[in-house]
Design a protein around this ligand. Structure first.
Ligand SMILES: [Mn+2]
Length: 196
């Protein structure tokens, strides 16, 4: 299936990342970041956004999870921007309220070209598997500025920390899926400025 696809790679002394994203996929994933919990989060994002996502990361996990997760966010944001191109004919805005048992998460996206993250979630454990919970925010911050998107993520009802992290990744996937989807009534870019 043809689709809006981008492949990006990035190599530094801290991480070596290759990533392929198809915005018009079917939720197929092949993810190996070296952090199984982070793989689980990226899988939830792609599977529920109906994106095809392949990610391979060799990061300095002997230090901690920081560089691996932040840099994966940078590369994912770049791939989103590249796959979107000039953003003609897309909805631009997307939102979702995602329940996960007791937990309720809100996601809202504007593919505005202006990076901004509003993140409100308070974790009560320092780590989930091999992923530091403070890296959930850092990941989405990296995605937001790298893709130049306005991203709001908020836990409306807190609960289990695994549920909160997973609900945020899935809410982001569902919101982004709506924002990148095609609006047949719009032929050009949906902005009074004429560009996004
Ligand atoms: Mn889970």
């Amino acid at each position: 299936m043809e689709g809006r696809t981008a492949s990006c790679s990035r190599k530094t002394k801290e991480t070596d990342i290759t990533l392929t994203l198809n915005l018009d996929g079917q939720g197929k994933t092949k993810i190996d970041t070296g952090i199984p919990f982070f793989d689980h989060m990226l899988d939830g994002f792609a599977r529920h956004g109906l994106f095809d996502l392949e990610v391979s990361v060799k990061g300095d996990l002997e230090v901690d999870s920081h560089h691996t997760i932040e840099d994966t966010g940078i590369v994912l944001g770049s791939a989103i921007a590249r796959a979107l191109g000039d953003k003609a004919g897309i909805r631009r805005y997307g939102y979702f309220i995602l329940p996960m048992d007791e937990t309720l998460a809100l996601g809202a996206v504007d593919l505005s070209g202006r990076p901004y993250l509003n993140f409100q979630a308070e974790f009560t454990v320092p780590r989930l598997g091999g992923m530091d919970t403070e890296m959930v925010r850092e990941f989405f911050y990296a995605v937001s500025y790298s893709a130049a998107m306005n991203l709001h993520l908020k836990i409306l009802d807190p609960g289990n920390n695994h549920h909160m992290a997973e609900a945020l990744f899935k809410a982001f996937g569902k919101s982004l899926d709506m924002a990148v989807s095609e609006e047949p009534r719009i032929r050009d870019v949906w902005s009074t400025k004429g560009s996004l």
